[in-house]
Design a protein around this ligand. Structure first.
Ligand code: FAD
Length: 475
């Protein structure tokens, strides 16, 4: 008789350390680690181009950690998992929970079917500090405002689970490999637009650990001051690692707490609260599953967005003529990442100055961001648009020139991604259209020729947005 085995279904938990499902399976006996590219997920929810690049490398890194035992499949997990249970004579299946609505629905169906077939199914929390279903207001309602959610609902409830080490040894079941090669999932882009990603990122558990140590040694001690300066590496750059579960928020939470455990460390508090925003995004998505597609605040259903393909194209290519916006959009294209402050600036520009629906921005980010995350992306876009829970009010419209002058004083960030502006003096770097002709001649910039003229007048478009909002409010 063949030996019964335990399947471990890897999803957004591509790591060995602090992986409760893996640990439980290893404790139960021999394992078969499995990854399934789920083709039944709606196209809008399939990872975008940049995220697929990451996934390719992350799966390879995980497979190395598993000594080449990862079995990879493509198709419908609802049929593949029962087939694997039968093919490998598995007695149990282990996974860590996902929180996207479609994944919850799928996993519920699979759990039911496997249990019916006599298989033990065990699921765990490996990607959140506080699971959304466990946090409620005192009256049983759902939090819609971040601060009480985080301070009262989370911090005062329970401490996050302490991370566990990697299993001491993993006993792999002696089964033949029936999976696909990772390459055959065709996750890498056919056009070579991702070549620069390799200079910036190391997908996989080791890359995540290295990024965390670098952050702890360098930027974490000044996080609160530096986190808004896009020209310095003042933040952790852990977002894609967290999204793919190459590191758990618990590992990050406790590593930071252990390293900076002094009372009233505002840098630490500030950083931990950013992890809190990630939790809040998942919480919102769990309780309001239409968050990625529908306005959280229905008042925005009457908003008259503009259909402006030319404006959208200029925005997405970093050709709006507003330097900080263009620098951000080019950073995104080149590196698969954009600094948080600049994400807010480019988002506000799209939604308010161009009056383009936030969902178009969300889609572009979805395809271009390495950290593209259903919960954080949707919640953040709705925050920027003013339509979200606890969102920035619509009438607070970022002025990209003032934002640039405040957070990129010497224009270092702009000059890095818009090198054609490199010789423009600091005074005009965020508003080259105001520079006198002799300065423009010295800088070699001709607006409309080698750098665009602004595609909108910032003052007039601000007023247009306020008018459109006032119009909606009256509805
Ligand atoms: P750090 O400042 O080091 O923060 C640590 C971690 O906290 C991050 O890795 C991230 O997991 C979490 N975090 C930080 N800020 C936020 C936030 N505002 N909301 C939710 N989580 C946060 N983040 C994503 O992970 N995926 C997305 O798809 C995404 N889309 C965004 C879209 C817009 C329009 C905006 C304004 C923000 C978006 N963010 C998204 C949030 C934020 O910009 C990134 O998480 C952050 O820039 C990642 O850099 P970091 O890891 O260095 O962050």
């Amino acid at each position: 008789m063949t030996q019964p085995v335990n399947l471990v279904w890897f999803r957004q938990d591509l790591r060995i350390k602090d992986n409760p499902a893996l640990q439980a399976a290893v404790d139960a006996g021999a394992i078969v680690p499995v990854f399934i590219k789920d083709i039944t997920i709606h196209t809008d929810e399939q990872p975008g181009g940049a995220a697929n690049w990451w996934l390719h490398h992350s799966l390879n890194a995980l497979n190395n950690k598993l000594n080449g035992h990862l079995q990879v499949f493509e198709g419908d997990p609802r049929t593949i998992l029962p087939e694997l249970v039968s093919a490998f004579n598995a007695k149990a299946v282990f996974w860590n929970r996902c929180y996207e609505p479609a994944a919850i629905e799928r996993d519920t169906v699979i759990k039911h079917a496997l249990k019916e077939a006599g298989c033990v199914v065990s699921s765990f929390n490996a990607s959140l500090l506080w699971e959304p279903m466990s946090i409620r207001k005192q009256d049983g309602g759902v939090y819609k405002v971040f601060t009480p959610y985080y301070r009262k609902g989370c911090l005062q409830a329970t401490s996050p689970r302490y991370p566990i080490a990697a299993p001491e040894t993993i006993n792999f079941a002696n089964v033949s490999s029936i999976g696909l090669a990772i390459d055959s999932l065709n996750l890498l882009p056919t056009l070579d637009w991702a070549s620069e990603f390799y200079d910036h990122w190391q997908p996989g558990e080791e890359g995540a650990a290295a990024q965390l140590s670098e952050f702890i040694s360098n930027a974490a001690k000044g996080y609160e001051d530096q986190r808004n300066i896009p020209s310095v590496k003042g933040t952790s750059h852990l977002s894609p690692h967290l999204h793919f579960g190459e590191i758990s928020p618990n590992q990050v939470w406790y590593a930071l707490n252990d390293a900076f455990n002094q009372p009233d460390n505002t840098h630490l508090d500030c950083f931990l609260s950013e992890l809190g925003w990630r939790e809040f995004s998942y919480y919102l998505l769990y309780h309001f599953p239409t968050l990625p597609t529908d306005n959280f605040n229905p008042q925005f259903n009457h908003f008259r967005w503009r259909d402006d393909e030319t404006g959208f194209k200029a925005w997405s290519k970093g050709q709006t003529g507003i330097p900080i916006v263009d620098a951000g959009m080019r950073e995104l294209w080149q590196t698969g990442y954009m600094h948080n402050r600049v994400r807010m600036i480019v988002g506000s520009f799209l939604v308010k100055n161009l009056l383009i629906d936030w969902r178009k921005g969300e889609r572009w980010f979805w395809d271009c961001l390495l950290d593209a995350d259903r919960a954080s992306n949707a919640a953040s876009w709705q925050w920027v648009a003013g339509s979200g829970a606890d969102a920035a009010p619509y009438f607070r419209i970022f002025n990209p020139v003032l934002q640039g002058e405040k957070f990129d004083k010497q224009g270092e960030y702009v000059k890095k991604y818009c090198p054609e502006l490199a010789k423009i003096p600091d005074k005009y770097i965020h508003k080259p259209w105001e520079a006198p002709p002799n300065i423009m001649a010295y800088a070699g910039v001709i607006l409309g020729k080698n750098y665009p003229k602004p595609i909108v007048d910032l003052k007039a478009s601000r007023q247009r947005a306020l008018d459109a909002f006032a119009d909606t409010k009256g509805k």
